[in-house]
Design a protein around this ligand. Sequence first.
Ligand code: GLN
Length: 537
Amino acid sequence: MNPKYIFITGGVASSLGKGIIASSLAKLLQARGLRVTIQKFDPYINIDPGTLNPYEHGECYVTEDGAETDLDLGHYERFLGVHMSKANNVTTGKIYNTVITKEREGAYLGKTVQIVPHITDEIKRRMLLLGKTGDYDIILTEIGGTVGDMESQPFVEAVRQLQWELPEEDCMSVHLTLIPYLSAAKELKTKPTQHSVQMLQQSGVKPDVIVCRTEHPLNQELRRKIALFCNVKPGHVIQSIDAWSIYQVPLNMHEEHLDELAVRKLQIENFNEPNLTRWKQFLTRLQNPAHTVNITLVGKYVELQDAYKSIQEAFVHAGAANKCKVNLKTVQSENVNAENVDEILKDAEGILVAPGFGERGLEGKVCAVKYAREKGIPFLGICLGMQMCVVEFARNVLGWPDAASMEVNPDSGHPVICLMEEQKKTKIKGGTMRLGAYDCRLEAGSLAAKLYGKTDIRERHRHRFEFNSQYLEDFQKAGMIATGRNPESGLVEVVELPSHPFFIGTQFHPEYKSTPEHPHPLFDGLVAAALKYQENN
Ligand code: GLN
């Protein structure tokens, strides 16, 4: 079978959940026994979102092979349980970078380099790339932005050309739009969708299926109307009604026959009904929690919902695993200080101090760590959160009030967190952190090793600074133990306080690897410990 390509575009408004629709369709096809992956093409000019403030674009998701990517790739991994890679996230910046480099090398000698064909050819080459590996039956491509944006035009043009070049049965186009509900008129309105599809068709792309985001069910009459004006068969207009959980969407899409439409259009023979047993088991647990537990996330990007996406999702997975609903409260670390920390964290049955960069909100994080350490509240610190555990311990247990991370105080008398050796040479900011998966060896008998159920693990990273090993002996003598280290470099990956019921700091980011079907052991452990804390208090 040739690899099949499904293209997903969006119209009318952004934030309709194209990533969730792409992930849901992919999940259903995977559950039918097909090998599936998803890639995202983003129209912005940054090479990757690594240098973007989370306020701009939400969380930066990191893949196993060290790509800094759009947060939708996190959804792809969580739904599919397969690893994404550098090839799965392409931006306009990457496309132009390749074309301009080739131009300078002389690859187009004699030619005027233009959007069509040179940019569109490079987009098409990248769109087909994963299909050439032989690893996948189906490649879904999500086009970022909305149809009609100036920036996404070359991508839509590339889809048009591929629809024309590929055999009819190897290519499918799905368009996601919004059907707004006017409460004054008590009516669902189809006109924006008609316009959006018109715009898509003016670009030469004919959608095979129109997925309509809606707050109210679409009746047959409305579906017929959309179908007629948008030139698709009535059965090819499907609704995506607001769901109680994003993880419910694959089941909703199956009920609307989206996967069936795909296997028919792509002429995939001998397909099975999707096997979603494990997925449904997860949903049942998620929907029927026996307890509720309060966990507080202390971070500096808390105003934006998407800034800590993977952490939030990891708590959903861990909650379901523990048959409990995690009430995740977020606290702006800038607002936390020694005077109010008690008031702010008094309800917390578990505390997570988030990753981050720079000085803002740092002292609030240190206060939160101190509170968790002294009160015996289950605690997980991730990346910068772990680094603040080290700073806090140095100041308040080792008695070094000037202890700091060199990220904010390069002249500290006790630089307990220091710049990694290989980082000292880097001048360029984009893509130069310690990124992606590295091995970590856990101390047998440590809390981390118990939670993972093994001592050799691999986790993902995104940092420039590290625990300053020069001070390791002092820390260990005073009770903070390095229970996880990189086997080659010795870099400290995990710190623990064995005297505390549950206190772990990790230099790596466990949240990237948590999925509904495989909740992450550290989040699972934190939620379980929070439940125990609740019982005892
Ligand atoms: N700013 C810290 C560093 O570079 C932590 C990074 C993070 O939390 N991802 O090392």
